[in-house]
Design a binder for this molecule. Structure first.
Ligand code: GMT
Length: 380
């Protein structure tokens, strides 16, 4: 198949999922055309089946806000037409699904039918999408898509709850490349960070409010009053300076390191003992899956789709949002020498269920179903 993939090219989960899916589809022999405003972060290798088309966003003094959606729709029209794509797969509803709708209508006037698949990732529904300033367009463009997928049952439920959706939403969970995300031998790194054999706790996120990184610091602060531990914070974002201030206030700075937007996060995860994800909302929790694939148990909230990934008492624990005491208690339980190996083993076993080699064919089947449904009904 010739598939166009539209996504955010940044470190965010939706961009990572879209890029990894495209890479896997290309390896399986499909021709994959990425259409984004800059090279996706994880599009970092050569494959004869991978193509990249940059969206040109021309500004003009009149535009206070450059019309990205129009530039994107125009680029989609161009790529579909000249590369003869079979299907467009857009990740994240805003504004990709509505730009795809516009491209579809333009192409229709030229006699070209391009089916649109929209994958909902979470914040496009639960945070931004349901805001009245976007909701009508999000509703319309989901309903106008030829196929819609969501990354968890919880997100599917939320989408039906917040919007008037007339379409079937198919759940295709996020996935992991176990070739890349696996425990690597990085003992020298562990010794450098934890010279006295401290337990190593890791959190990765985009440091937005919804991630509650302050809870990570509070949990860690309580933990280190009981056991020697170090915390690595991977990522960056709007809350970073508030978190630094909190570390200073709690006097934990010596035991916490901010690593910034690290690309090789699997190297850090390879030496971690525990991953903390105290998010207010999380449609899936890809960062937790990455940790689990590297044999790291997870302390998380029970928000959104997290219970579909993190199995309470097995791969980690689930707590109510903001229940720092419960998360601390659970963290200390997991980190006991008698418990840690079992949790690590279970985390990896669970991650294997989300192996990309199991999930990618679900998308292939879905594309085929959509293409099949486009064909004119047979007349007898
Ligand atoms: O979590 C974010 O703020 C980024 C966001 C995105 O769209 O890039 O992540 C969402 O999509 C990920 C990939 O499907 C999911 O793993 C995350 O759980 C989801 N984030 C939220 O629902 C808050």
């Amino acid at each position: 198949m010739k598939i166009g993939i539209v996504c955010y090219p940044t470190f965010g989960g939706s961009g990572v999922v879209a890029t990894e899916l495209g890479k896997a589809l290309a390896k399986a022999g499909h021709k994959i055309h990425f259409i984004t405003y800059s090279q996706p972060t994880r599009l970092d290798f050569f494959n004869e089946n991978l193509f990249y088309h940059e969206v040109d966003i021309r500004s003009y003094p009149l535009f206070e806000y450059p019309p990205y959606e129009l530039a994107l729709a125009s680029k989609m029209v161009d790529v579909v037409k000249y590369e003869k794509l079979d299907l467009l797969h857009v990740h994240y509803a805003i504004p990709h699904a509505s730009a795809a709708y516009m491209a579809k209508q333009i192409l229709k006037t030229e006699g070209i039918n391009i089916p649109i698949v929209t994958t909902l990732h979470g914040t496009d529904i639960t945070l931004v999408g349901k805001d009245p300033s976007y909701a009508p367009v999000v509703t319309f463009s989901i309903n106008a898509s030829d196929g819609v997928t969501a990354v968890s049952e919880d997100l599917k439920k939320d989408t039906y709850l917040h919007f008037k959706i007339l379409k079937d939403i198919v759940v295709i969970p996020n996935f992991i490349d176990l070739e890349r995300f696996k425990k690597q031998k990085k003992e020298h790194f562990k010794r450098a960070i934890c010279p006295n054999d401290e337990k190593l706790v890791v959190h990765t996120s985009n440091f937005r409010k919804v991630k509650r990184v302050d809870d990570v610091v509070r949990i860690f602060n309580k933990m280190r009053q009981q056991i020697p531990a170090k915390l690595l914070l991977v990522g960056d974002g709007p809350e970073r300076s508030n978190i630094e201030a909190l570390c200073r206030e709690l006097g934990t700075c010596d035991d916490i390191r901010f690593l910034g937007k690290l690309e090789a996060v699997e190297e850090v995860l390879s030496v971690a003992d525990l991953f903390i994800m105290p998010s207010e909302k999380e449609s899936f929790g890809l960062a937790a899956l990455e940790a689990m694939a590297c044999e790291v148990p997870v302390i998380s909230t029970n928000a959104g789709g997290l219970p579909e990934l993190n199995i309470n008492g097995k791969t980690g624990f689930l707590s109510k949002v903001g229940d720092v005491d419960d998360m601390t208690k659970n963290a200390l339980y997991i980190l006991k020498d008698s418990n840690l190996p079992t949790f690590k083993h279970n985390a990896l076993e669970r991650a294997k269920e989300f192996d990309i080699t199991n999930i990618m064919p679900m998308y292939e089947d879905f594309y085929r179903d959509i293409l099949e449904a486009q064909k004119e009904p047979q007349t007898i």
